[in-house]
Design a protein around this ligand. Sequence first.
Ligand code: ADP
Ligand code: ZN
Ligand code: ZN
Length: 681
Amino acid sequence: MDRPLSEAFDYLWDEKILGAMPRVGLLVEVPFGRTNLPGLVIEVNAYSHLNYSKLKKVLQVAPLGPLDSRLIELGYFASQYYIHGLGETIVSAIPKWWRTTSNWHKLPDQLKLETKGSAELKAKEKSLSLEELNEDQRRAIQILNDHKQGTFNTFLLNGVTGSGKTAVYLRFIDSLLKQDPAAQVLIMLPEINLTPQLQRRIQEHFPREALAVLHSGLTERQRGIAWYRALTGVARIVLGTRLSIMTPLPKLAAIVVDEENDNSFKQQEGLTYSARDLAVWRAKNECLPIVLVSATPSSQTWHAVKEGRYQEIQLANRVGGFQMPNVELVAPDKSSRSITMSPMMIRALEQNIHTGRQSLILINRRGMAPVISCSSCDWLSECDHCSSYMVMHRQLGHFKAPMLCCHHCGLVKAIPQGCPRCGDVDLQPLGRGTQKVEDQLQTLFPQAAVLRVDADTARTSKKTEALFEEIHSGAAQIIVGTQMLAKGHDYQNISLVCVLDADARLYSNDYTAPEHLFAQLVQVAGRAGRFSGEPTQILIETRYPDDPVYQYLKTFDVAGFMEHLMSIRQEAGLPPFSYQALVHAEAKQKKEVLTWLNHAKQYLDKTAHLQTGITIFDPVPKLIARLGGWERSQLLIESRHRVPLQALLNELEHYLRQQSVGRISKAGKVRWSIERDPLFV
Ligand code: ADP
Ligand code: ZN
Ligand code: ZN
C-alpha cells in the first residue's frame, strides 16, 4: 500500500466472498490500522507464519485484471534503486481514481473506451512519404526498422531542432503498429502543457489509432480512464509525461523519449526517479527498442553512446536546407545604472519590427526586480521564512499594487513604505525580470505589441494556450518570457532571439550548469523560424564570450561541446564517470539537522571504509538553506561504481529507518530522504 514502509503484509483471501482466485498484480482493498486502504497483491502463499486468528481478510478486488508482472518488476526495481518503499512506489503509480475504492463499483464500461481515434481529426499533418524524406531520415528509419523485434536496444536519435527527428520516430511507430495489430507504443514528452502542438501533431499523424494522454494536468477521472485504456490494450499510443513510465502496457512494442535531456523527466520530490532512466530499464526488461531523442543529448546518454552501449543515429541538417541562426555575443550595457538592453539588441529589434518579423526576448527571471534594497543602509528584501530574496512584482494575481513575493515559499507582502531597518523611504529595485523588460520595451517601442509569457501570465493551461495563440497568429510582435517559451513550440515568424542574463546560469555552484545552459541555448536558437535565404539571429548577452558554452554554440558544435564537457567531468571524477547520491535532511532547528547528518556520516564512514572508490562528503547547507521555515542541509556520496553505492545506500536506509517513524527521525524530528543520481548538487 501507499505508505513509506518497506515490508509487505499478510492477508487472508476468501474466495467465496471475493469470487476470484488470488493473483499477483490484483488491486485490492484491505483493512489497515483503523482505516481501509487500497493495496496490491505482490505474493500469493498458501501459508503465513503469522497467527491466523490475527490475520484480516481482503475486503474487495478492483474490477481490473492483474497488473502485468513486468510492471511489478519495474516497481521493484524503482523501489530498490531509488531507496523508496515498495508500496509507495508501486501503489502510488496507480491513478488516484483507481485507488479510491468507492469508484470500483462504477463499471468499467461506463468509462469511455472508444477504440478508434477521433474521426474529425483529419490528418492536417500529411504523413510525408518516404520519397519526401531526406536521405538522413530514410537511413534513420531503415536502422530503426531493421531492429529485430523482441530484442533490447537503446537508440539516440540526435539532430538539431527541425532536422526531422519527430518525422522519423512517428514513421517508425507507424510500422510497428502496422506489423502487429495489438502493439502499443509509449511516447514520453517533458511537459505536455507546453507542447500542445506536438500532441496535436501526433494525434493527426495517427487519426485512426486510439490514443491515451497522461499528464498531471488531467482530472483524476480523466487520468483513471487513460490509464485503464492503456491497461486494457485499447489505447495503442500512450503519450505522457514522466509519470507515464509506470503505465501498464501489456503489448508494449517500443518506447520513445523525446527531449530526453530535459530536466522535467526527473521527479524532484518523493520517489525521486528519472523517468528516462526507468524507461531504459523497462525497455531492457521487456526486450524492446527504446529511442531517446534530442538536439543536445544529456551527458549520461552521450557517455553511453561513446561506450557503445547506445547506438547513435544522426540527422545532420535541418530539413529543407534551412540554416541555424547566426549567433552573436553581446556585452551587457554598463553605461547607466538602470539596466537596459544593449544598444545593439535594441537596434536589431527595431529592424526586425520594421520587416514585420517577430522577436523573442528571453530572461529566466519573472517579476519586476529580483530584490529591492535600501539606498542608505544595506537592507535587502529577504524572505521571513527562506534564505532567499523576495522578488518585486509590478502586479501579482489580484493585487493591483506592486508586491513582494518569495518564489520559494510563496509568501506575498506589500512593499514597505520605508526601510524596515533605518526608515529611509528610498527603496530601489535591483536587477530586472520579465516585467521590467516588458515595460522597457513598451517604452522604447510604444507602437509595438509586446507580450509577456511567464508563470505569472500563463497560470492556467487555457491562458497559456491563449498566449501562444497570440504568438502564432502574429498579433504579438515582441515576446518577452522565460524558458517556457523555448519548449516544443514551432514558431513560423520569429527571426530574432535575444537572451538576457545568460551568465547567471553559467556561474553557479552546480557543476551541471554549463550543460543545462548549452542545451537551453540550442533549444532557444531552434525557435528562430525557418526562412529561406533570410538569415535569422540569436543575440546573447554575456560578459564571458570566451566561455566554451558560447564558443561551441556559435557553430552549434554539439559534439565538440560534449567532448569538452566529458574531459572536464572525467578529470574531476564527476558523473557520468561516477555515481552520486544525496542524503537530504531538514528540521526546524539548524543544529538538529547538522547533528543528525553528522551522525549519518559517522555511520557511512564506518560502513564504507571497506569499499574502495566511495567518497563521503561533509554535510553542507543547501543552496536555499532555509525554506518555508525549515533548515535544510545535505550530504553527498560519490562512488566510482554503481553496485557498492547501492549496497551502501541500502544499509544506510535500513539503519536510518530503525531510528525513524517513516522518514522522520525519532530524535530531533528531522525529515530525511535519499536521492539517487541528483540533477543538482
Ligand atoms: P525535429 O523533431 O527534429 O524538430 P520535425 O520532425 O519536427 O523535426 O520536422 C520539422 C518540420 O519539418 C515539421 O513540420 C515536419 O513535418 C517537417 N519535415 C520533416 N521532415 C521533412 C522533410 N524531409 N521534408 C519536408 N518537411 C519535413
Ligand atoms: Zn535602510
Ligand atoms: Zn520564502
